[in-house]
Design a binder for this molecule. Structure first.
Ligand code: SF4
Ligand code: SF4
Length: 299
């Protein structure tokens, strides 16, 4: 199975809309599965028009731990409170005991390791939900959602990708909608990709965010191309991005003009390729560009 990952340096540039439409274009000739790995703000299923009733499975998972203290063993040394990097342990000076703040704990285990009285233990927390369902377009979408205030998103992304492999064993392509930015969930999304598509808007911050995101891809030595969204809103920066791409030998897979259709399609819970006939040819061209890039060839 080939993994194609779609990322953007920042949110709100149309990444999920583009992923959904590309998925439909790809699924005409190939068996695909979509993995929504934007676990902090997953919305790919919604773009496909799926509600909670459309999911065949939806369950809580644990990919993180938190610390708790057994005060009967605590000798009030205060080490844990002073060494917690995440400031998740207050010190109650009157009672001379540590007070663990559940929401602040990142599960780093430092306090457990340094406690001289072995009074601290780690316990599993349900920090996310994952599930899958079939879209009306015939392929599966697998999604993950981090619970509010929880951490461990990188591992949730890995679980979404594992589940995608499980539910679509015979798929030709896993299309991954990555988290925005360059953090841990993005790295987990990009890992194992055969090709990456960077989506950007032609603004100074859009261009610099794209370069940062692509530096993650470079680290893994994965080939990639670019889609410039709303290119006609800033032709000067579109030209800069194209010059950058030319210099680096990166293919610009598509330039999409600003179109209110994207928003109308979102409001109607339909991918833009289904909402407006003009986008069929546009996304078919992206598929052909990916074919030209050799993305579907066996290595
Ligand atoms: S490190 Fe252990 S013994 Fe020291 S205050 Fe924390 S829980 Fe108590
Ligand atoms: S596990 Fe790490 S983050 Fe959590 S309370 Fe202990 S030291 Fe702080």
């Amino acid at each position: 199975m080939k993994q194609i990952t779609i990322l953007s340096g920042k949110g709100g540039v149309g990444k999920s809309s583009i992923t959904a439409s590309l998925a439909i274009a790809l699924s005409k000739k190939r068996k695909i599965v979509c993995a929504d790995c934007d676990v902090d703000a997953s919305n790919l299923a919604l773009v496909f028009g799926m509600g909670t009733d459309d999911f065949e499975m939806w369950k809580s998972i644990s990919t993180n731990q938190k610390a708790r203290v057994d005060l009967s063993r605590c000798t009030s040394c205060g080490k844990c409170a002073s060494e917690c990097y995440f400031d998740a342990i207050d010190w109650d000076g009157a009672k001379k005991i540590p007070v663990f703040k559940e929401f602040g704990c990142e599960g780093c285990t430092v306090c457990e390791m340094i406690c001289p009285a072995s009074a601290i233990e780690m316990y599993d927390v349900s920090n996310a939900r994952i599930g899958y369902g079939k879209t009306k377009y015939g392929f599966m979408v697998v999604t993950g959602q981090l619970e509010m205030g929880e951490s461990g998103s990188g591992k949730v992304v890995s679980r979404v990708k594992e589940l995608s492999l499980d539910v679509s064993k015979h798929a030709d392509i896993m299309l991954v909608d990555a988290a925005a930015g360059i953090g841990c969930p993005v790295i987990a999304s990009v890992a194992g990709s055969d090709y990456v598509i960077g989506v950007c808007e032609p603004t100074p911050s859009g261009f610099s965010d794209l370069k940062r995101a692509l530096s993650v891809v470079n680290h893994f030595n994965i080939p990639y191309g670019i889609v410039i969204n709303k290119f006609d809103l800033n032709l000067e920066y579109t030209q800069k991005i194209e010059e950058f791409a030319k210099k680096k030998g990166i293919r610009v897979l598509s330039k999409l003009g600003y179109d209110k259709c994207f928003m109308d399609a979102l409001v109607n819970l339909v991918p833009v390729i289904e909402f407006s006939p003009a986008y069929k040819e546009i996304f078919d061209k992206v598929v052909r560009a990916l074919e030209d890039e050799g993305v579907f060839r066996d290595k």
